[in-house]
Ligand binder design. Structure first.
Ligand SMILES: O=C(O)c1cccc(C(=O)CC[C@H]2O[C@@H](n3cnc4c(=O)[nH]cnc43)[C@H](O)[C@@H]2O)c1
Length: 210
């Protein structure tokens, strides 16, 4: 099984690259897995995957940190984001939002298709995420998106990875560790170090056991 591991920033997978003694680069190759560091956001992610995603890979593993809409999920929790929605793709219509489905131009919701029965996966809660260009940071926009889509996580790349994998028919897994709650912006309360540590420990186990 050859895996393409995809992350937005090298910082999010730094413990893993150190563990496997890899010299940091945008694209790293090993016998069992390759690593692609795309840059933050959907455009950078789709561009990088457009260049590197081939049938050569049996699985794409998207790793990253994320925000949680659910205050009951402890920071540092690692989650399996199985459904991810391009929540901003659509049109405003007199105070309401029309999705890309309603406009008749495609679909906004994407699935992480795979048939993995891996023991390291069974411990993770499966959740629904949204992917955004603008991180939610006001009570009004947070309440609106909760009411419209009721997501658990928010990232800036997830749905783009799932979209590319769906298009190429390549199995996919999105694993995210919660670094912060989606709330009026307060970066001081983010626990990025804890989220990266837990994410990387999970990924090292998964890559070692696969
Ligand atoms: O400040 C740092 O030390 C630092 C280290 C590593 C990564 C970061 C990032 O800010 C990564 C951006 C990355 O994080 C995802 N993310 C995290 N929380 C949220 C959120 O609440 N809403 C949307 N995206 C979030 C996102 O996928 C970015 O790619 C900083």
């Amino acid at each position: 099984m050859k895996i393409l591991l995809v992350a937005a920033t090298s910082a999010e997978i730094s413990i893993l690259t150190e563990h496997f003694r890899l010299a940091e680069a945008e694209f790293m190759q090993t016998e069992k897995f390759d690593i692609l560091v795309t840059g933050v956001g959907m455009t950078a992610t789709a561009f990088a995957l457009g260049k590197h995603l081939t049938e050569h890979y049996n699985l794409v593993l998207n790793l990253g940190i994320a925000g949680s809409f659910d205050p009951g999920i402890p920071l540092g929790t690692v989650l399996n984001v199985t459904t991810d929605e391009l929540s901003e793709l659509g049109a405003e219509n007199k105070g309401a939002f029309l999705s890309i489905e309603e406009l008749g131009f495609g679909k906004s919701s994407h699935q992480a298709h795979n048939n993995l029965l891996h023991s390291d996966l069974s411990e993770l809660r499966k959740v629904k995420g949204i992917t955004v260009n603008t991180v939610h940071g006001t009570l009004q926009s947070i309440n609106e998106i909760k009411k419209r889509l009721n997501p658990v996580t928010e990232s800036m790349e997830g749905a783009a990875v799932l979209y590319c994998c769906e298009k190429e028919g390549i199995p996919c897994l999105q694993i995210r560790s919660i670094s912060n709650y989606v709330e009026p912006r307060n970066k001081d309360s983010w626990k990025i170090g804890l989220a990266i540590k837990n994410l990387n420990e999970w990924a090292i186990r998964f890559l070692t056991n696969t």
